[in-house]
Design a protein around this ligand. Structure first.
Ligand SMILES: Nc1ncnc2c1ncn2[C@@H]1O[C@H](COP(=O)(O)OP(=O)(O)OP(=O)(O)O)[C@@H](O)[C@H]1O
Ligand SMILES: [Mg+2]
Length: 212
């Protein structure tokens, strides 16, 4: 079992979008997947509520966790992958999630304000000694800003995953109805994007596992 916390104290960077999209991909590949929603906004819980009973993603369980102490229960979930969707603000619950996790994923938008706002999250993540990686989200293809930001991130001491999530309407459209691009827009650009991002996440997780 792998527990992966998706974190960034900056709001709206795509934590929930990434958590759900990765969950869908792993589920569709035949793995058992649980999501632990530790955000009081309960966006992942909302996603599950919108889902049709016969959805291809119906097998993904979403657990609501409100108290830092409850996060430890993630270790008892009988899933191949547990993804913890965290709030930006509640430091205690994020710390608890980090403590039980095998790897920490930090989505960040390609903007210097966002990179700057993620610095405390990165410091806290690195201090644990656990595998930490940045994943760039809402990247606009061929944009100078996007490329400059990826270069800026690569100069930090954090791993930057070699694939970026693009800006696609398919993410909000599918997530709003309890799906993800992998199911609602199968074969489309966002679906292919999350597939290649997911492959890079898999390679990163395997590499980190082998190091330990
Ligand atoms: N790659 C993308 N393409 C298009 N829209 C996106 C993408 N990623 C995120 N969004 C949109 O950006 C908004 C914020 O995304 P999301 O809710 O996943 O961020 P978050 O970090 O979980 O936010 P919060 O800090 O409030 O929990 C949502 O409306 C989402 O649909
Ligand atoms: Mg969220």
């Amino acid at each position: 079992m792998k527990i992966i916390t998706v974190m960034n104290q900056k709001g709206g960077v795509g934590k929930t979008t990434l958590a759900l999209s990765l969950a869908a991909r792993w589920h569709l590949a035949g793995h058992s997947v649980s999501i632990v929603d530790a955000d009081p906004q309960q966006a992942s819980v909302f996603w599950k509520r919108q889902q049709a009973e016969d959805s291809a993603l119906a097998g993904i369980d979403v657990y609501s966790v409100r108290l830092p102490a409850e996060i430890r229960g993630s270790k008892n979930l009988n899933s191949d992958y547990v993804i913890v969707d965290t709030p930006g603000t509640d430091k205690m619950i994020v710390r608890s999630a980090v403590n039980v996790s095998d790897a920490l994923l930090i989505p960040v938008q390609p903007s210097s304000l966002d990179v700057q706002a993620s610095a405390p999250t990165v410091q806290a993540a690195l201090a644990t000694g656990k595998p930490v990686a940045y994943l760039v989200n809402r990247f606009v293809s061929h944009s100078q800003l996007g490329n400059d930001m990826v270069k800026l991130l690569e100069r930090t001491s954090v791993t930057v995953l070699r694939r970026v999530m693009g800006q696609y309407q398919a993410f909000p459209r599918s997530i709003g109805v309890g799906e993800t691009p992998s199911t609602m827009f199968s074969g489309g650009a966002a679906c292919r994007n999350i597939e290649s991002v997911g492959q890079v996440v898999d390679t990163w997780l395997e590499g980190e596992h082998e190091k330990n």
